[in-house]
Every structure is written in C-alpha cells, then in structure tokens.
Design a protein around this ligand. Sequence first.
Ligand code: ADP
Ligand code: MG
Length: 764
Amino acid sequence: VMASMAHLQKEKLRLQEELLALQEKLAAQENNELSLSLQLQGQVETLKAKLLEQAQEISRLRSEQGGTDAEKHRDLLAAENERLRQEMKACEGELRELQRQQQAPCRDCPHLQENAVLQEQLSQLQREAEEMRAKLVELDLEVQQKTNRLAEVELRLKDSLAERAEEEERLSRRLRDSQETIASLKSQPQQIKYIIKTVEVESAKAKQALCETQSRNQYLQEQVGMQKQVLKEMEQQLQRSQKTEAQLRAQIMMYEAELERAHGQMLEEMQAMEEEKNHAIEEAFSRAQVEMKAVHENLAGVRTNLLTLQPALRTLTHDYNSLKRQVRDFPVLLQETLRSARAEISQAIEEVHSTNRELLRKYRRELQLRKKCHNELVRLKGNIRVFGRVRPITKEDGEGPEAANAVTFDADDDAVLYLLHKGKQVSFELDKVFPPQASQEEVFQEVQALVTSCIDGYNVCIFAYGQTGAGKTYTMEGTAANPGINQRALQLLFSEVRGKAADWDYTITVSAAEIYNEALRDLLGKEPQEKLEIKLCPDGSGQLYVPGLTEFRVQSVEDINKVFESGHIKRVTECTNLNEHSSRSHALLIVTVRGLDRSTGLRTTGKLNLVDLAGSERVGRSGAEGSRLREAQHINKSLSALGDVIYALRSRQGHVPFRNSKLTYLLQDSLSGDSKTLMMVQVSPAEKNTSETLCSLKFAERVRSVELGPVSRKAELGSWPSQEHLEGDSPGSAAPPGRSHASPSPGQLSSRSASIRRKLHTSG
Ligand code: ADP
Ligand code: MG
C-alpha cells in the first residue's frame, strides 16, 4: 500500500506535473483557445460584418439592380413596350384612317409611296422591337437564372452562416464549460486534487476528451477552412456574380441605350411620320380646301345656274315626260294612224275610183246628153248658118255713081241689111251681117266656135260665096298683115290642141285641093294635073276618101308654111291670069283633127273644110262660049248642087243629092249628120254690083230661110230655085246655047294653088 502509496504519490506527482503541464497546456490551450476564439470571434465578427455587408449589398443589389430591379426594369420596359405598342396601334389606326381618307382623293399621289416606305420602316421597326423584345425576354430569363443562382448562393451562405453560428455557439458553450471547469478546478484544489485524482483517474477519459476535443478542434478548423474556402468560393462567386452583374448592367445599359436609340429612332420616325402625316394631311387639307373652294364656287355658279335652269328644267322635264309618253305611245299611235291612214287612203282611193267611175259614167252620159242637146239645138237652130259680109268700096270700084254705096245696115239689128237696087230698097235678114268696117278678127270671133267644135269631133264646112271681087279670098285667106279665117282657124286649132295635150293626143293633118270644071286636083301632090277620084271606103263604113290626096301632118303654122314651101306648088310660076282662074274654081283647105283621150280611150275625128268657092257672077248668055261656057256651066252646076244639098239637109229630106257635084260629093260627110256649115256670103256695096249683090243676098236668104219640119220642107221644096244666073240646074243638063264660057288654060289651074301657098306662107 506504501509502495502503492508511494507509487501513487509518485503518480500523483507526475500527474500533478502532468496536470501542471496540462494546466499550462490548458492555459496555453485556453490562451490559444481564447486567442483562437477571439480570432474566431473576430473572424465571425468580420464574417458577420461581411455577411451583413453582403446581405446589405445583396439587398442593395436587389433593390438597385437585382432580380426585382431587373424585373422592375423589365416591367418598366414591358410597360413601355406596351405603351409603345398602344401608340403604334393608335398610329396604325391613324395611318389606316389617313390612308382611307387619302385613298379616295389621292389615289396616284406620291404620299402613297411615302406611306409605303413609312410602313416598311414601321414594319422594320416593329421587327426590331420584336427582336428587342425577344432579347429582353432572353435577358429576363438570364436575370431570372442569375437571381435563382444568387438566391441559391444566399441560401447556401445562410445555411453555412447558420451552421457557423451554431458551431460558434457550441464552441462558446464548450469554452464556457471549459472556463467553468477551469474555474471550478481553480477554486477547488482538493476538489481539484480530487478532480486531479479524478482527472488522473479520468485522465484517460480527459485525454480521450482532449483527443476528441482536439479532433473536434481539428474538424472545426477543417470546417472553418472549408467555410473559408466556401466563403472564398462564395466571394469568388460573388465577384463573378458582381462581374456578371456589371456585365449584365452594361448589357442592360447597352440594351437600354439601344432601346433608347430604337425608341428615339422610333419616336423620330414616328415624329417624321407624324410630320409627314400632318404634312400630307395639311397638304390634302389645303388641296381639299382649294378644291372645296373651287367646288364651292362651282356650286355657287351651278346653284345660280340651277336657279335659272329650274323653271326651264321643269318645263323640259314636263316636255320630256310628255315626249316620252308620246314616244312610248308613238309606235302604237303611228301604227294606228298608219292603219287608219291606210284604211282612209284605200277608202279614199276606192271612193275616188267609184267617183271616177261615176264621173266617167256621168261624163259619158253628159257627153251623150250634150250631143243630144246639141243635135236638138242644131235641129232647132239649124246646123247651117248664113252670114253676110259687105266689103268696103275700093279703088277698083272706080269713081262716080257706079262706085256709090248701095248697101246700108240696121243700127239695131246686126242681122239685117238694106240694098238700094234700081231705086228700091230691099231688106235682107241673115244670121249675121258684117259691115265693111268689120275686121278679120271680128269675123273670126263669130267663126271660131265652129272651128273648135271640129276638135270635139264635128265636121265643119265654111264656104265663101259671092261674085268675083266681093272679098271671098280676102275673108278666107286674108293678107299677110291681116290673115283670114284659114290662118286663124289653124292657129286656134294648134293652141286648143296644146291646151288639151294633158289628156288628149291630137294629130292635125292638112290637104289642099281644087275643083275646076268638076275635076278634083291635089294642090300639094306631086302631080297637080292628075285628076283624083272620090271613092267609098272599102271598110263598108260608108265614108268617102280620095285616094292619092296628099296629107301633111302639121303641128304649127311654120309646119304649114314648110308644107307649102317645099311642096309641089313651087313649080307654079306662070300666073298670068291669076284672079281669073281662081274665081272659076273652088279651093279647098281640108284640116283633119284626130284626137285620142288617153284616160278614156275615146277617139274623135273632126274635119274642117275651108272652101273658097268660085265666083257666083252670072255670065252673059250671049258672050259665053267654049271653055268659058263650060266653066260657067260647071260653076253653076256645083253651086246649084250645093244649094240643093243645103236645102235638102235643112229641110231634112230623106234624099240629099250629094252626088250631083264633085264639091258636094267630096264634102258629103262634112255636110250630113250633125255637121256644121257656115255660108259666108260676100257682097260688094258698089252701085254697079247691085244686081249681083241682089242675087247673092237672095241666095243667102233662101238658104237660110229654109224652114225646118216636114210640112215646111214640103212647102219649100217647090220654091227652091236653081241658080238664077245660070241655065241648066242639074249637072246633067246641057248648057243652053248662047252662053259662052272661056275655059281656063292649064297654067291658070295652078294659079289658085299659088294663091293659097302665097297666102298661107306670107301670113305665117
Ligand atoms: P274674091 O276672092 O271674091 O274675088 P277678093 O278677096 O279677091 O275677092 O277681093 C277683091 C278686092 O277687094 C281685093 O283687093 C281685096 O283686098 C279687097 N277686099 C275685099 N274684102 C275686103 C275687106 N273686107 N276689106 C278690105 N278690102 C277688101
Ligand atoms: Mg278670090
């Protein structure tokens, strides 16, 4: 036990030493630990301060430009973007409005191009903005990532800080425990002794605990190192993050600048566009104003015009409407009118036709009636009329009592004349008496009705009767200056025919013939000496014709002149005893008028026979011999035959002795029927011719006084005298002895035709 005691003592000493050492060690450790703890505390303090600083920095960063700031910035940008978008939209709306406004008035204006350029720019800007937006989104994403990482780092830092704080607390608790232990150890040496003992006992335990503490310390130190490294890392990370942040900030700034620039550009462009727009609007406005002004002016003018035009327009509208109505109704109206007109026309035509037929019928009936009336009139009045013409006293009548005037007239009655014969005044009544002063014109006026009736188809005979030198040729042929009936009749015929040319076709032909000693000769023929025969027409019509008698168609007096000029009458040159011959032959001018009524087809033929009879003077019974006697016999015979025929006709006897002479035979169809005959009895007023005048007037009166009707005819029949101045009334009777007549020579024959030619020619 002593040993053990000693040993223990020794052990105790050693332990004490050891304890002391340990104490020293502990103190050192304590010091070390204190310093370490101080250091650590300082470190913790600095770390805390750093942490705080960092936290502050983070919060600052966060507030300044951290995640929230970036977000804010982003939000701001987004808001800005949104605003811009709104603005753009408004601008687009405005632009569209502008386009819509400007599209109509200025379709071809340069603003359209400007607009297109602007739109292109706008779209480019929009594209750029879109790109920016995409970039922004990218940046946002990056910032988000960074923020996330930062948050992570913070979290980790927090964790480590918490861990550290925990460790510190644990360490400080251990330190406190250790200090307490040390203090307790110090205050209680027995106890310490005990404890030493305990410690000695528990030294192993302490050693173990020390070891543990040492290892723990080691671990803590490692931990601290690790923490330091982490801190370092974190610092590095922070630095990186700061760098990144700076980069980001720079980038953001750049973006911001870019955005600013883009915004400015956009604003500028917008402004430019706005300006352009305003300009365009202004221009358009000014133009519109100008146009408006012009339009206003125009409008004013138009308004005034309109005001003046309005009534006209109203009437025009009215007219137009009525016209329209009329036009609309026109075809119907026209058709109706046409139909009715056609109907009317056809009706009218029909009426005209029927009227025409009726008229034609009436006309024919009237013609017949007229003819009937005419015939009746002729029957009542007699178609044979007797005129007397007294020629004036001429130089040839000489002077003295022989040339005295023996004829006087009744002032009140132009049909009566008085002849003083052998101291006795004998009165004669004819149809008309022409005194010496009566002109050719006056005579023709009384005759022209007869002439024109031959146009109507009547046959007419005009005879000039009387002694030689009584004026027969003067009345029939006249002189060049004062033409007679022949010329005037032809002229009248031509003019009448011309007047009726619209409805009628007329042909007028002339023939000239002479009857001398009962021989008929053609005065226009090539062989005037040739005796012509009168024959019955072979057609059985009972008409007579003279084969070989030359007929010339004439249309004017000039034609007649040509006929007589170019005719064979020319050859007659020998005219020694012209008047001598002419007074012993009958000269005939035969005018035939043939008419055709084109509308009715009616044909008419009228014949005008103008006869210059041979002298009616008595030939002395004793003096007449040979040819003279024969001449006288022929003249007597033909004149008596003419008287007989006229008498027979007027007294309407069944038999008319036409064939008793060549003259009556030739003129048969112009004396019979409803033909008209005029006997112009020519007388000389001279005293020396009174006995011949008396004879002629007696002949005239006898011809005229033949009364109509069968009783009177009978009564008159016996009293019709033969030619008093000639013996042998019938052609067959032989010439009584003692009457001698000189026969005309062949040369004398032609003298008559020469006379006719001359008269007609000169009077043309
Ligand atoms: P006729 O033919 O009967 O023998 P004329 O005709 O030869 O008779 O007439 C004889 C003359 O009398 C002519 O010189 C003619 O000019 C003239 N004479 C006849 N009648 C008239 C008259 N009415 N006026 C003037 N002179 C006339
Ligand atoms: Mg004569």
